[in-house]
Design a binder for this molecule. Structure first.
Ligand code: AMP
Ligand code: GLY
Length: 426
């Protein structure tokens, strides 16, 4: 089969690396890809949101299946357009992608189908949102309704902070149209976990658990990022909790969307809060694989990824059962100094050959080759150094040993990825 992957981050590198191993795949392209992806796929210079460019390329190269990595093209209707052009694709329709594209859409779905989530209000008017904040009190969470590149959420510990966040979104329009509507919701306490399930419109197949680290610095301090590292399995997701999440959150979502006439196909990524009593609540949905959770999860996948992705498109997921390695995987993100704020591009990275050893895979998130063939940083998150080992503690040691062989003075990473699991003795 001839396959195209859309995107150019660490998640897409992991997807390409997995799909390239499939006996079903005999040609693999990635748009736009990056320097690491170029080792597994032919990179083509088409932007991930450019659906016309993607469709023209698919016709030219007789592409039979497209795997869409990031949320932006999904929310903009990439899969709808590909399907209208007769090309099968992995990922939800634009309507179903509202699960990520509109927080209010998801909250209303939860309310209608009894899915546990924080109490909330939806607002198009700053005065009404502020009145709600004053009535509920702090801590409270203010969220831009639309896609805001991970910056649209304020967890406000004081009323003043929440009121300011409303002004930033609505009066200053800091997130553009994405912040014209807000969700204001109750603050949830507990431990966060990421939960992934493949969905074919009707059947949901859970993947192994994973947990990421969203804050930039050690000890879960500093600004929020796209994710500074991840590991799988996440010991917090016990078998009983997985069953409970499937029963109370994933299955009613899949059934609810089907009943609404907007069946979900693709991967459902639930951000969960597990309270002290072990009860899961939905924080948010994403409609794509997590990055870097995907890198950790796919390191552990034994089955062929391509046919199960395709099964989400043709409704045959119930025939599948995935097999996974017992080993744990842990991925450390190396980012450019300054990330998630301003950072430099084009700095030289050395030592990758030394780092890429047995049980280690360095996924590229933002790299390109310089004119002389040297590897250059080309983004905020740049590498995902991922290791596989019998325990999370061993995977952690192996990943950091590889990190230490990488020569990139202009980059940094957290040194404590996996700390919760290691502390629990995993
Ligand atoms: P999101 O962009 O929706 O993933 O939110 C970013 C982060 O904000 C989440 O990963 C949580 O750490 C935090 N968060 C979001 N909603 C809540 C909530 N209702 N209570 C506590 N923390 C939250
Ligand atoms: N790692 C968080 C995300 O992919 O949104």
């Amino acid at each position: 089969m001839r396959i195209l992957v859309i995107g150019g981050g660490g998640r897409e590198h992991a997807l390409c690396w997995s799909i390239a191993k499939s006996p079903l795949c005999n040609a693999l392209y990635c748009a736009p890809g990056n320097a690491g992806i170029a080792e597994d796929a032919t990179c083509v210079d088409i932007a991930a949101e450019d659906s016309e460019g993607v469709i023209a390329f698919c016709k030219e190269k007789a592409i039979e299946y497209v795997v869409v990595g990031p949320e932006a093209p999904l929310v903009l209707g990439m899969v709808d357009r590909l399907e209208a052009a007769g090309i099968a694709a992995f990922g939800p329709s634009a309507t179903a992608a509202q699960l990520e594209g509109s927080k209010g859409f998801t909250k209303d779905l939860c309310r209608k189908y009894g899915i546990p989530t924080a109490a909330y209000g939806r607002f198009r008017d700053a005065a009404a949102a502020k009145a709600y904040v004053r009535e509920q009190g702090a801590p409270i969470v203010v969220k831009a309704d639309g896609l805001a590149a991970g910056k649209g959420v304020t967890v406000a510990m004081s009323e003043a902070e929440a009121l300011a966040a409303i002004d930033v979104a609505m009066t200053d329009a800091a997130f553009g149209a994405a912040g014209a509507e807000l969700v204001v919701e109750a603050y949830l306490e507990g431990e966060e976990a990421s939960f992934f399930a493949l969905v074919d419109g009707e059947t949901a197949l859970p993947l192994v658990s994973a947990q990421d680290h969203k804050r930039a610095y050690d000890g879960d301090l500093g600004p929020n990022t796209g994710g500074m590292g991840a590991y799988s399995p996440a010991p917090v997701m016990t078998e009983a909790l997985t069953a409970e999440v499937m029963r109370s959150i994933i299955e009613p979502t899949v059934a609810g969307l089907k009943a609404e006439g907007t069946p979900f196909r693709g991967v459902l990524y639930a951000g969960l809060m597990i309270d002290a009593a072990g009860r899961p609540q939905l924080i948010e949905y994403n409609v794509r694989f997590g990055d870097p959770e995907c890198q950790a999860i796919l390191m552990r996948l034994e089955s062929d990824l391509l046919p199960v992705l395709m099964a989400t498109s043709d409704g045959t997921l119930s025939n599948f059962d995935l097999s996974w390695r017992d080993d744990a995987a842990l991925s450390v993100v190396m980012a450019a100094n300054g990330y998630p704020g301003a950072y430099e591009k084009g700095t030289r990275i050395g030592g990758l050959r030394e780092a890429d050893s047995a049980g280690v895979k360095v996924f590229h998130a933002g790299t390109k080759h310089g004119a002389d063939g040297t590897l250059l940083a080309n983004g905020g998150r740049v590498l995902g150094v991922t290791a596989l080992a019998p325990s999370i503690a061993q995977a952690q040691a192996r990943a950091y040993a590889a990190v230490d062989r990488i020569d990139w003075p202009q980059g940094f990473c957290r040194r404590d990825i996996g700390w919760r699991a290691v502390k629990r003795g995993n």
